[in-house]
Write a protein that binds this ligand. Structure first.
Ligand SMILES: [Zn+2]
Length: 194
């Protein structure tokens, strides 16, 4: 039987996505062997996460009211790339192809879902208020991602904005988060009008 402190930490780690109980045990033993400074740094960084906020404008993760992309006036202020989750922004940024703004939906439409918890009304009002000229729909190339893109297209069309979707080349069912840089760059460059 592990000491109480070990058991508690194993339980914490095992509750994380993709970490099973065996992996959690191994991680705890690994952490136990680290020096105090490293552990303190780790614990402080963990707490720091909760100081992060959600950007008021695009719903990305932010350190203050606005995220780093919304704050950056050098970015193209008239195009918005719509993504499912903040992690997708990190993948897209790595390509250095897109230099506009983002909008995080917070998920995708599921079957029989009205999308009430997605940030769609906020997107529509941004397009009008910020005089957006192009919206790139960068939801994942999955069934739900495609359905969401088509749904958004119907909502956006009356606003007279150019609507594009990431080019094929991204394999169907894939996740933007795991797409490699070159594939993602090509998908951005080859985006097609919807
Ligand atoms: Zn933002």
């Amino acid at each position: 039987m592990y000491p109480k402190a070990f058991q508690k930490l194993i339980k914490n780690l095992a509750s994380l996505p993709s970490v099973g109980p065996k992996m959690a045990e191994r991680l705890v033993l690994f952490l136990f062997k680290q020096d105090m400074e490293k552990i303190r740094d780790f614990a402080e960084n963990l707490l720091e996460i909760k100081n992060m906020r959600i950007c008021h404008r695009c719903f990305n993760i932010a350190e203050g009211e606005l995220c780093e992309y919304c704050k950056d006036s050098k970015r193209d202020q008239h195009s918005i790339c719509v993504v499912e989750e903040p992690l997708d922004i990190i993948s897209l940024e790595r390509t250095k192809v897109f230099n506009g703004l983002y909008h995080v939906l917070g998920g995708v439409l599921q079957v029989g879902d009205t999308g009430a918890d997605l940030k769609i009304p906020e997107l529509l009002s941004r397009i009008e208020k910020e005089k957006i000229t192009e919206v790139i729909l960068a939801t994942n190339p999955t069934t739900e991602g495609d359905t969401t893109a088509l749904y958004l297209k119907r909502k956006l069309q009356p606003l007279g904005v150019k609507i594009t979707r990431l080019g094929r080349g991204l394999s169907t069912g894939a996740d933007l988060e795991y797409a490699d840089e070159i594939t993602l760059s090509e998908a951005l460059k080859n985006r097609k009008e919807l």
